[in-house]
Ligand binder design. Sequence first.
Ligand SMILES: Cn1cc(C(=O)NCCCNC(=O)c2ccc(F)cc2)ccc1=O
Length: 117
Amino acid sequence: KQESPRTARDDSKDLAMCRILLAELESHQDAGPFLTPVNPKSVPGYRKIIKKPMDFSTIRDKLTNSQYLNLETFIIDVNLVFDNCEKFNEDNSVIGRAGHTMRRFFQRRWTELLRQN
Ligand SMILES: Cn1cc(C(=O)NCCCNC(=O)c2ccc(F)cc2)ccc1=O
């Protein structure tokens, strides 16, 4: 769409988009390690290494309680899940690979949905 850059983008569909994106992340076959908060008791070192834990169930709670101001703050939390995963896990590990796969999937889907908007 050819518009002057001064026009703000239409954000009226952003909440619906966050709901769609989160549902697709939660139902992805590689979502397992990210569905619930990492239990620091069962994962040695996690609490020390990861300063800002995040997972899809926490994002779901925040979305349900209107804690995301906009699409950007939602995307920041989703990327935090994948950044934490990359920091804690070897790339060549089951969870490390799942994180890379999920990040690529998320990146593609939100750019696709934003273009549709
Ligand atoms: C993101 N992260 C997760 C773990 C971790 O050990 N998390 C708990 C067990 C992972 N849970 C699954 O893998 C799962 C859950 C449900 C399902 F249907 C299939 C698989 C460790 C390091 C890390 O960085």
